[in-house]
Design a protein around this ligand. Structure first.
Ligand code: GLU
Length: 481
């Protein structure tokens, strides 16, 4: 059997979108599952919108996510170059071939003429498509016009009355009639091919066996099939994966929040979590397990289990998943991951004064409260900013009992060096005052943080140090006593 070969072919017209990342991932998983190859190439024929910065950003996002390719841009291989604007000569050969065969022809229609034609069709309620005005030009006429310096586009001659069937591996068989399509441009007058043409040449030249891509390209597929047939190329298999919808079941867009991978990276979602999450957007393994490692995903991934129906982007699930992956990190790993966030935050100066030990204690104190890494900014505020008591904290502090607790802690608090010592101290206080644990924890936490919920107290007390704890307790005593 022929070796599996797939590709991801982003257009560098913006950052890598969640949908694009999911397509890349499905290709990666499919190839890895079968021991196949995976090409990444750049589809930059839209000269106006393509930017090198986006290309770099897309590739960086893929690498960050842990998607590696075996051939292509930045990697090399025997089917390069891997940027379409560097392949113009290759496309030219096939354009010429199609013209010689009579399957394509020069079109000299101007933008104005085409626009006029379009308006007329619109007014008379006809289907909008190219009228075929240039399809019957004689060789002589073509020569003359070319000689006079006109720069034509090239159109593909769509075969009449043909039925094209895409046997899609996800969607089943989908039928298109050629009569619904007018002769379409394959090479623009500036010598740049259009997507539908270039994609076919590239997929064939690069030996792609399976085209796995977003559903929005299904409607392009019949044009591509026409080109496969005209050039006598073997068609690859196609698999069009469903749209991603927001929680309101509308197509995922900026309205739903972050849509690009970079944004999730900046917020501090872990690549492992996104990898896992994206894999489950429109695909599911057998069984109920949702946290799956890269290896488990590769092992389990098949196109048969890709869903036909749209996938819904569930932010709560991503948050939950990210927390699961954060939990797997050791304190020191997490501490390193959090450094850039703190360094860029309003606490950067205070944070830089913490030694490694205290810093790790701080991370330990808040780790269970982080959904994503950027949450460290609000959590760190508990350590660094002047305490502001919220309503519940004010209540917790406004009793005589609270005052008793705070005074007792104030007079006994020592300089501790280990969380266990702090725990023993708090236990001792509970016992000494003969109270319930909650009656000690609540006022103490409220005095130290201004909130009734939050980081683990023993760690918090250690990070703040004795002096700062005493200061915060005094302030609470003076304010509420
Ligand atoms: N360049 C296309 C895109 O970014 C991909 C087309 C394809 O996979 O065939 O949507």
């Amino acid at each position: 059997m022929k070796k599996i070969k797939v590709r991801f072919a982003p257009s560098p017209t913006g950052p890598l979108h969640i949908g694009g990342a999911r397509s890349a991932l499905f290709n990666y998983l499919f190839a890895a599952h079968q021991g196949g190859e995976f090409v990444v190439r750049i589809e930059d024929t839209d000269l106006e919108r393509s930017r090198r910065e986006y290309e770099e950003e897309i590739l960086e996002s893929l690498q960050w996510l842990g998607i590696q390719w075996t051939e292509g841009i930045e990697k090399g291989g025997e089917n390069g170059p891997y940027r379409q604007t560097e392949r113009l000569e290759i496309y030219q050969q096939y354009i010429q071939k199609l013209i010689e065969q009579g399957d394509a022809y020069y079109c000299f229609c101007t933008q104005e003429e085409l626009e006029h034609e379009r308006l007329q069709q619109l007014q008379s309620g006809q289907m909008q498509r190219y009228s075929g005005k240039c399809c019957g030009l004689s060789d002589e006429e073509v020569r003359q016009r070319l000689g006079s310096g006109l720069r034509p586009s090239v159109r593909f001659r769509v075969p009449a009355h043909q039925i094209y069937v895409v046997n899609d591996l996800v969607r089943g068989s989908v039928t298109f009639e050629s009569d619904n399509s007018g002769d379409f441009i394959i090479l623009k007058s500036d010598g740049i091919p259009v997507y539908n043409f270039a994609v076919v040449i590239d997929d064939v030249m690069m030996g792609i066996t399976h085209v796995i891509r977003a559903e929005e390209h299904l409607s392009n597929t019949p044009r591509q099939l026409m080109l496969y047939d005209a050039l006598n190329f073997t068609r690859p298999e196609f698999a069009h994966i469903s749209l991603i919808l927001g929680s309101d079941r509308q197509k995922m867009s900026k309205r739903h929040g972050a849509t690009s991978l970079v944004q999730y990276r900046q917020m501090g979602y872990l690549p492992e979590a996104l990898f896992n999450f994206l894999a489950l957007l429109g695909w599911s393994p057998e069984g109920e397990q949702e946290i799956l490692s890269r290896e488990e995903l590769i092992q389990a991934f098949t196109l048969e289990r890709v869903a036909k129906s749209p996938a819904v982007f569930d932010m709560d699930k991503l948050n939950w998943m990210n927390q699961q992956y954060l939990k797997q990190k050791s304190v020191s790993e997490l501490a390193e991951l959090l450094r850039p966030y703190l360094a860029a935050s309003e606490w950067s100066e205070m944070y830089s004064q913490l030694d490694q030990e205290r810093y790790c204690l701080m991370v330990q104190a808040v780790r269970d409260h982080l959904v994503c890494l950027a949450d460290i900014n609000s959590q760190a505020g508990l350590f660094f900013r002047e305490v502001e008591w919220d309503e519940e904290a004010r209540q917790a502090l406004s009793s005589e009992l609270a005052q008793t607790v705070l005074s007792a802690v104030h007079s006994d608090l020592a300089e501790f060096s280990h969380p266990e010592e702090v725990k023993t101290f708090i236990k001792g206080t509970i016992k000494k005052l003969n109270l319930k644990a909650k009656d000690v924890y609540m006022p103490l936490r409220s005095a130290l943080t201004g909130c009734t919920h939050g980081p683990e107290l023993p760690y918090l007390i250690l990070v703040l140090g004795r002096d700062e704890c005493l200061r915060r307790i005094e302030r609470a005593i003076n304010t509420f006593g």
